[in-house]
Design a protein around this ligand. Structure first.
Ligand SMILES: *[C@@H]1O[C@H](CO)[C@@H](O)[C@H](O)[C@H]1NC(C)=O
Ligand SMILES: *[C@@H]1O[C@H](CO)[C@@H](O)[C@H](O)[C@H]1NC(C)=O
Ligand SMILES: *[C@@H]1O[C@H](CO)[C@@H](O)[C@H](O)[C@H]1NC(C)=O
Ligand SMILES: *[C@@H]1O[C@H](CO)[C@@H](O)[C@H](O)[C@H]1NC(C)=O
Ligand SMILES: *[C@@H]1O[C@H](CO)[C@@H](O)[C@H](O)[C@H]1NC(C)=O
Ligand SMILES: CC(=O)N[C@H]1CO[C@H](CO)[C@@H](O)[C@@H]1O
Length: 737
């Protein structure tokens, strides 16, 4: 939703040198001595915030130059479409100018975030990075970490979004004091986004929220999206199965039964490739009966046991398959693709008949009962690189629409969740409307875990709220590459505090067959904790459909006033309430910095309080993780969905509202999404230091449970009233005093 006011339209070629509306906090200013540049200034402080030093055009992306604002072969218009969003449109008319871009000079010391989820240089910032806006191959720590968006944030207090699916590149150079982007496009729309509020906690979050208003946001996914979800690949290798399991179908059944036998909460199983007939086990719209004698029966059985069944898909026609034959005979395959990585070529989904054909053909999966896809590839050279952004988007759209037709779709601001969950690794910007992000193929190493934490933070800064990593790592060499017990346990704690918890099982690395009882204990405990956090996570996902804010948050989004957090890449806020610092080192130590401006309570013991601005080293065994709640936090936690829990015959849903009052926080709130009623419920807490009084109020809730006000001496508990209520306690001491 954009603001109605259209504050000014200015042709940059015009004579005016300064133009602004009195009500706007920002003004556009041209520099009379520079025919290429314009700047955006703060009206209040009369300081320059953004310096757009030039709009670039050229015949190739390496021969681009700044174009004068009065240029005859490039038309440039600028317009404030909201008080804090400047829209820049450029259109080249010169016949040789195929590439368009822009250049910014940066404030000394400013940091830049965004564009790629991959943590180049082991960092959440982009210091000296020049790379294309395409899928990534062969990287340190995580292979194919391909989530991306033409969007960056500057710590100087602005963001830029180039709304295009053209191929392009971004370059960030602190040394040259410059940020640039170049696109294979003759027309370009980009937006310079400024804070809606200057300074304060909301400033940087408002950059993401305004970006969300210009692009597509994540839908609300099925509650089963959050997991824990278990999957496996290599189903056509007999040695892949544990003893007593004869084929892929029996393996899935065994996983479901073992989860129940070990009382591990789960919401779905997923079948990775290969599962069909033919080379690569893909493209014939079937499950190979050799490995899946009765897949229909299996899907029903899995559903009866409370789990969703998901399957792997990719836009890749392997020679010999029906997909390949039909596409080749219709000329739908990209020509001249020499794929050295894997056999197969993508279909050109810009061809409407190809799109419709593939969509119809893939509907055999939802007809079988499959509820959601792991969408692989798109970044393996199976299509021309310049078409990657458009093509992967079209594939996500096609697969989403097919599922939505069967199980129900979700839309922006629609409180009804989709009836399924799709997740992909090669996503660009607007794909987030159709798929969540899976953090690609991390190594089963300490580095893989650290890089995954950074990637989760970076994905959030690109407006992808729905994110999870392969718990335990993906790249496992048989015999040597199984995750060590400790690494896997640490990763389980990280996954518990990720929006999505998904676990790969692999030969020689199946927790209940190949690991200790202690690890099974960690799996059981983290799965239960994650499951109980679904009310919390789902509330954030509901809000993200409109505000675009991630669940995994870089510390600076919540604490921009603290300069010490701008590089923090191994801890994050989970929503606004939790500070999470996963342990990654094998010595079990973690140094945790507490951002200034708040106090933090250790979440599990509910005793130790840490002041913002300080740092502490924690050393914990594999049965815990450093997690803290901010003073004033309200956290809904409960067991809303039975899923695979058929072992508890008396299972009933429950929801607790945990409140952590502090007399330094007079008022706080939590917007809880009640999925059963489809309503957002505002929970409020007020404190009065003088009277040592705490009040918590809430409106109609569908689930019974407790309000727990955590205080010195233990929690005070109240039964939640379905019609809403308000509870006050007097003369009580806060845990934070
Ligand atoms: C803003 O700054 C410019 C140059 O720094 C100065 O010439 C101008 O008078 C200032 N305007 C206001 C309103 O302070
Ligand atoms: C120019 O385009 C090529 C091909 O897409 C790309 O690899 C390269 O990084 C681009 N160079 C610049 C300076 O944008
Ligand atoms: C595709 O065509 C090849 C070559 O004609 C053939 O061998 C193959 O059986 C076909 N595949 C299917 C699934 O029909
Ligand atoms: C893909 O199809 C579209 C629509 O027909 C066409 O314009 C485009 O050139 C095709 N791309 C390639 C690489 O063949
Ligand atoms: C730019 O895009 C066009 C299609 O619009 C494509 O034919 C061309 O190869 C691309 N150029 C580069 C350098 O990728
Ligand atoms: C200092 C440093 O390691 N810089 C590297 C950051 O990442 C880019 C992209 O991979 C490299 O080109 C730089 O050398």
């Amino acid at each position: 939703m954009l603001f109605k006011a259209s504050l000014l339209i200015l042709l940059l070629g015009a004579a005016a040198s300064t133009a602004h509306d009195a009500s706007s906090p920002y003004k556009l200013k041209e520099i009379s001595s520079n025919p290429y540049a314009f700047t955006i200034m703060s009206t209040a402080s009369n300081t320059t915030i953004v310096s757009n030093t030039g709009i670039l055009t050229g015949a190739t992306n390496t021969s681009m130059t700044a174009t004068p604002k009065t240029s005859h072969d490039t038309k440039i218009t600028t317009q404030f479409i909201a008080p804090s969003i400047l829209h820049v449109h450029t259109q080249t008319t010169g016949t040789t100018l195929s590439f368009t871009g822009a250049q910014f000079s940066t404030t000394p010391g400013a940091k830049h975030y965004g564009v790629w989820s991959y943590p180049f240089n082991d960092s959440i910032t982009n210091a000296e990075i020049a790379f294309d806006l395409k899928g990534l191959q062969g990287n340190d720590g995580i292979n194919y970490a391909s989530a991306r968006a033409p969007f960056f944030i500057s710590s100087a207090g602005y963001a830029v979004y180039a709304d295009t699916q053209a191929m392009g590149s971004f370059s960030f150079s602190d040394e040259m004091g410059q940020v640039e982007f170049r696109f294979n496009a003759t027309a370009l729309n980009y937006y310079i986004i400024l804070p809606e509020v200057m300074g304060g906690e909301g400033a940087f979050k408002s950059l993401l929220t305004q970006y969300a208003s210009l692009t597509d946001t994540s839908p609300l996914w099925s509650p089963r999206a959050y997991g824990p979800m278990f999957w496996h690949n290599d189903f056509q290798r007999a040695s892949a199965f544990p003893e007593g399991v004869g084929n892929a179908q029996e393996f899935v059944r065994d996983v479901v039964d073992q989860l129940a036998a070990h009382r591990v909460r789960a919401s779905a199983v997923m079948v990775d490739r290969p599962y069909g007939t033919g080379d690569e086990g893909w493209g014939n719209y079937d499950f190979d009966p050799k490995y899946w004698p009765d897949v229909q029966g299996l899907v029903h059985e899995v559903a009866d046991k409370g789990l969703d069944f998901q399957a792997w898909v990719a836009n890749r026609a392997v020679p010999g398959s029906e997909l390949f034959n039909t596409s080749a005979s219709n000329n739908w395959l990209f020509p001249d693709i020499q794929n050295e990585l894997q056999p197969g070529v993508a279909l050109n989904l810009s061809i409407p008949d190809a799109y419709t054909y593939l969509q119809d053909a893939m509907n055999f999966l939802p007809r079988l009962g499959i509820k959601g896809y792991k969408i692989d590839r798109g970044d393996e050279n199976e299509m021309p690189i310049w078409g990657e952004n458009v093509q992967t988007y079209l594939f996500h759209k096609l697969m989403y629409e097919g599922q939505a037709a069967h199980w129900g779709s979700a839309a922006r601001d629609n409180p009804r969740p989709a009836g399924f969950y799709n997740f992909a690794r090669s996503v660009n910007d607007r794909s987030r409307r159709y798929t969540g992000v899976w953090g690609a193929d991390p190594a089963s190493t300490e580095n893989g875990l650290v890089q995954s934490i950074r990637q989760g933070i970076r994905s959030g800064l690109l407006g992808f709220p729905m994110w999870g990593s392969d718990c335990g790592g993906y790249t496992r060499k048989i015999g040597t590459g199984a995750p060590g017990e400790e690494l896997w346990a640490r990763w389980m704690w990280f996954s518990a505090f990720s929006p999505v918890y998904e676990v790969m099982l692999y030969e020689e690395s199946i927790p209940w067959y190949d690991y200790s009882e202690e690890l099974m204990g960690v799996l059981r405990e983290t799965a239960r904790l994650h499951h109980e956090l679904i009310p919390f996570i789902q509330s954030y996902m509901f809000r993200a459909t409109t505000d675009g804010l991630p669940v995994i948050r870089a510390l600076f989004l919540q604490a921009p006033h603290d300069e010490a957090v701008w590089d923090a890449d191994e801890s994050y806020f989970f929503g606004e309430e939790f500070l999470v610092a996963p342990i990654t080192q094998s010595n079990g130590e973690k140094s945790v910095y507490f951002p200034r401006g708040s106090k933090y309570l250790e979440y599990f013991g509910k005793e130790d309080v840490y002041e913002g601005g300080g740092e502490r080293v924690f050393k914990l065994d594999i049965n815990s993780v450093p997690v803290f709640v901010r003073e004033g936090a309200i956290i809904p936690r409960g067991d809303l969905y039975q899923f695979n829990n058929q072992w508890d015959r008396n299972w009933k849903p429950w929801l607790n509202i945990e409140a952590y009052p502090s007399y330094d926080v007079e008022s706080s709130g939590f917007r809880y999404f009640d999925e059963e009623s489809g309503r957002a419920v505002d929970i409020r807490m007020e404190t009065k230091k003088k009277r040592k009084m705490v009040c918590v109020s809430y409106s109609v809730l569908a689930t019974p449970g407790e309000l727990q006000i955590h205080l010195k001496g233990g929690p005070r508990k109240f039964k939640l009233a379905r019609r809403g209520g308000k509870e006050c306690v007097w003369g009580v001491d806060s845990l934070f005093d």
